[in-house]
Structures are given as structure tokens and as C-alpha cells.
Design a protein around this ligand. Structure first.
Ligand code: PMP
Length: 366
């Protein structure tokens, strides 16, 4: 039997672990921050029709530049953030925002270059960075998972990275960054600044999106996804907004025809139903706030969340709590700082099941 180590694999990949949030067949899955509400029968029908329409021309390659989809995404973002002034030339799309991040690293990172992120944050930023041959600089968030502008600026000035990753709202903590911190970093960053807004639609009303900063900052990239609030994780559609020159750079590294005709048709149909798809965001936000209150009433620490998940703790043995909750059919996530756990916001029934599973788990742990 050949093992991985017998293969002439790249030296820098030896000993690495693949990304692996467990995909387990349990009743309540609250571990990957999906929107728990499936598409309505009306939307399912529309999606089926859209796929049927492109099916007859699947012998041909799709629109390589996905222009119609990008125009729809620009309209969607302009509605989210009036003043963003976006057009198809300023929006780019790929198979999930992970692929967007990979393309950014291929264009602006690479051997001899460095990317910096403030941890704890999204684990794929350093993973994609390493795989692209870029060095990763692990700066730290504050104790409360925020980012003090002065400290952040000092880190960027000290390391002068080619790419800075900011995540707002941050995964796994839920913390939104104040625009002052992002602007301060934009002032001093020598390269590109990526604000990962995968959870942007869940932000509180007084939290601004970095899309507002785009008109004045040609090196800012704001990434979004249809996987979270938009309830389309299975579609695999991520996107970004940036200066048109950034998109010209990405065209140099993208694979030809990377977005299938089916993906483009499904994503456009979903966007045409954005009111329905985002119709659950307020409910999820409300459930989140209720869950934060409940967890605190149990004497737990909870990070303030602008997202559709909550980081809570602290546990001397978080694995034991995670396992005890799983034994009751609820999958949550062991991620982030060592003594904390993360739970995604599900339907109110799912959240109730989680609350009772955690209550039992905490009693067992005493
Ligand atoms: N960014 C953040 C912060 C995330 O949490 C995730 C998914 N967990 C992604 C990007 C990637 O999502 P997708 O590839 O589904 O768009």
C-alpha cells in the first residue's frame, strides 16, 4: 500500500491536515454556519426551470466572465449598501468565497510574499495562504476578540505584508470590526487589504459594511458569499467587490470557464428571489440574540456576535462538552480558542434542542 508519505508530494505539504469540519449524519447540524431554512417549493421550482433551460446548451462552455451574474451581484450589493456604486466590472464571482480567496492569493501572494491575519479567525485564510506558497503571519486579536486600531496598525507596519486579511463579522467569534480599524489599516497597508464579509448580511443595523469604503480605496477587496445568510451553500457561489483593476489581476489566474453554466443559472435565479432568501435573516438575528442571553444566564462567557453563530465557553475540557452535546444528536463545532465552542443559529426548534442538550452536558460535566 502506498502511503501519502511515499509520494513525491511538496515538502511544505507534508504533515498537514486537510480542512475537515465533521460532516455527520445527525438530527441537528449547527456546525458550519449554514442558513437552516431550505428554499421554498416556489423557489425549488424556479431553480429547476433555470437548470432545465441551460441543460439544452451544456455541450457549450459557459460565459467565461459570468457577466450577467456579476451584474446581478452588483445590483444586490448596491441594495445592501447604497453608495457602494458597484457595476459588473467591479464584481467578480467564483465557486465559493474560498475560491475567491485562493484567486486573490494566486494573484497577490506566492513564494517570497506574506499574508497577515488577526487570529482567532477563519481557518482557511492561513490554509489557502500556505497552499499558495505564501508565508502566513499570525497577528492576534485583542482579549475580547476585537481589534484595537493602534495595535493592528503597528502589526501591519512591523510586517509590511503583501495581503492583510480582516474578517468582519469574524468567524469564529462573531465580532464585527469598527470601520475606524479597517480605515486605519488601509492607510498603512503596503499591499492588498481583504475584508472577508461572509457573514455581512447578519451584521447589526449600526455596523457598516466595508463596501462603503471601496470608492476611496483601490486596494480594498470585500468578499461575500451566497453560502450563509443567502441560504445557498450547496450552490458554491462566492464573490467580491473591488476596483476593476483588481478584477483584471484575477483574470490572469482564474481557470477558464471556472463557473459552470448550471452554477451561473442557479445563482441568478436565487438572486432574483433574494427577498425570500434573505427573509429569514431577521429571525436568525433574533434567535441569535436570544441564545446569547440564554447562554449568559447559564453563567457562560459569550462573545458578542454580529453573525449567525455564537462562540461560548469557557470549558477546561471542551471536547467533553462537544461530545456530550453530539451524543444527544446536536453537532456543534470545536473551533477557535481552546476553551470555547461555536454553535450556529438554527431554526427555533433546533436551537431549543441545542439548549436542552447543552443543559444536560453541563450537568454531566459537573
Ligand atoms: N469566509 C468565512 C469567514 C467563512 O466562515 C467561510 C465558510 N465557513 C468562507 C469564507 C467560505 O465560504 P464559501 O466558500 O462557502 O463561500
Amino acid at each position: 500500500m502506498t502511503s501519502l508519505n511515499d509520494l513525491p508530494i511538496r515538502d511544505d505539504l507534508r504533515g498537514r491536515e486537510p480542512y475537515g469540519a465533521p460532516q455527520l449524519d445527525v438530527a441537528v447540524r449547527l456546525n458550519t454556519n449554514e442558513n437552516p431554512y431550505p428554499p421554498s417549493p416556489r423557489l425549488v421550482k424556479a431553480l429547476g426551470e433555470a437548470v432545465a433551460e441551460v441543460a439544452g446548451s451544456l455541450n457549450r462552455y459557459p460565459d467565461r466572465d459570468a457577466v450577467a451574474l456579476r451584474a446581478d451581484l452588483a445590483d444586490f450589493l448596491n441594495a445592501d449598501t447604497p453608495g457602494a456604486g458597484l457595476t459588473a466590472e467591479r464584481v467578480w464571482a467564483a465557486n465559493g468565497s474560498n475560491e475567491i480567496i485562493q484567486q486573490i492569493l494566486q494573484a497577490f501572494g506566492g513564494p517570497g510574499r506574506r499574508a497577515l491575519g488577526f487570529e482567532p479567525s477563519y481557518s482557511m485564510h492561513p490554509i489557502i495562504t500556505h497552499v499558495s506558497g505564501t508565508a502566513w503571519i499570525d497577528a492576534q486579536r485583542d482579549e475580547d476578540f476585537g481589534l484595537d486600531p493602534e495595535r493592528a496598525v503597528a502589526a501591519v507596519e512591523a510586517h509590511r505584508p503583501d495581503i492583510v486579511f480582516l474578517t468582519s463579522p469574524n468567524n469564529p467569534t462573531g465580532t464585527a470590526l469598527p470601520p475606524e480599524a479597517i480605515e486605519a489599516i488601509l492607510e498603512v497597508a503596503p499591499g492588498m487589504v481583504v475584508v472577508d464579509e461572509a457573514y455581512g448580511e447578519f451584521r447589526r443595523e449600526d455596523t457598516l459594511s466595508s463596501l462603503e469604503l471601496l470608492p476611496d480605496h483601490p486596494r480594498l477587496i470585500v468578499t461575500r458569499t451566497m453560502s450563509k445568510a443567502f441560504a445557498m451553500a450547496g450552490t458554491r457561489l462566492g464573490y467580491l467587490a473591488a476596483d476593476p483593476a483588481v478584477i483584471e489581476a484575477l483574470l490572469l489566474v482564474r481557470l477558464p470557464y471556472h463557473l459552470s453554466a448550471v452554477t451561473q443559472a442557479v445563482a441568478r435565479t436565487a438572486l432574483a428571489h433574494s427577498e425570500e432568501l434573505l427573509g429569514t435573516v431577521d429571525t436568525l438575528r433574533h434567535e441569535r440574540d436570544l441564545l446569547v442571553g440564554w447562554l449568559r444566564s447559564q453563567g457562560l462567557r459569550v462573545a458578542d456576535s454580529d453573525a449567525n453563530f455564537v462562540l461560548f465557553g469557557t470549558f477546561a475540557d471542551r471536547r467533553r462538552v462537544w461530545r456530550a452535546v453530539l451524543d444527544q444528536g446536536v453537532l456543534i463545532r470545536e473551533v477557535g480558542p481552546p476553551e470555547w465552542l461555536r454553535v450556529s443559529i438554527g431554526t427555533s426548534e433546533e436551537t431549543a434542542t441545542f439548549r436542552s442538550a447543552l443543559t444536560t452536558a453541563l450537568k454531566e460535566a459537573q
